[in-house]
Design a protein around this ligand. Structure first.
Ligand SMILES: Cc1cc2nc3c(=O)[nH]c(=O)nc-3n(C[C@H](O)[C@H](O)[C@H](O)COP(=O)(O)O)c2cc1C
Length: 201
């Protein structure tokens, strides 16, 4: 692939091709192929980072799901900015993404929530993610209460649980090379057009 080939000028397409390869990796080698580090920032400029799972990538960008009342949820809703970092050690690859955050539609979130295992659906209701928990048994008690509430029926998506879409403005592909002469290719979006440049490692 050269710097001017069409696929190379669409970094999301490049990511999707790469990601398809990554997903073929045996789970013994890569137990969580979709995991990435998600960086957010609070009102004081304090960054924080945690692992989440990528649930979709299409021409719009990158989709993941979470509790909107969690720390990350509140920060993303306030700043509308996020950074993502994927690391696939066995391929000596890192992909860094920065972009603007939107929420997915209710229909998209409902469809994904409906595809989840019932235990995960119950958990999404039971966990007041990132909030202090008074007693160690509180979570188990809440799970039991939610199971009773939805006994025998479908579990609807909680109103505070949905997806974020990160529309990328920058995507950098890093490939490990001998003697630390790594290859870095940075794509930057200006309006709707992407440009690409090499960076020193
Ligand atoms: C492998 C792995 C996958 C995870 N996937 C998710 C996820 O998809 N969504 C999520 O909200 N939390 C996920 N978590 C938990 C987050 O890392 C984090 O602990 C939680 O979301 C609370 O983060 P916050 O307090 O910064 O909002 C995952 C953790 C690990 C280790």
């Amino acid at each position: 692939m050269t710097a001017t080939s069409p696929v190379n000028l669409d970094p999301i397409a490049r990511f999707r091709t790469l990601f398809e390869e990554v997903l073929k990796t045996p789970r013994e080698l890569l137990p969580e192929p979709t995991a990435f580090a998600l960086g957010t920032v609070d009102a004081e400029g304090q960054p924080s980072v945690r692992i989440v799972l990528l649930k979709g990538v299409d021409e719009r960008g990158f989709v993941f799901y979470t509790n909107f009342e969690s720390r990350k949820g509140r920060e993303l809703l306030a700043t509308r900015r996020a950074a993502l970092c994927f690391h696939w050690q066995h391929l000596e690859l890192q992909v860094r993404v920065e972009g603007d955050v939107e929420t997915v539609s209710d229909a998209e979130a409902d469809a994904y929530f409906a595809s989840r295992a019932r235990g995960s659906q119950i958990g999404a209701w039971a966990s007041a993610q990132s909030r202090p928990m008074e007693n160690p048994t509180d979570l188990v008690d809440r799970v039991a209460e939610i199971e009773r509430r939805f006994a025998g029926g479908a579990v609807p998506r909680p109103p505070h649980w949905s997806g974020f879409l990160v529309r990328p403005r920058r995507i950098e592909f890093w490939k490990g090379m001998p003697s630390r002469l790594h290859v870095r290719e940075l794509y930057v979006r200006d309006e709707s057009a992407w440009s690409v440049q090499r960076l020193y490692p």
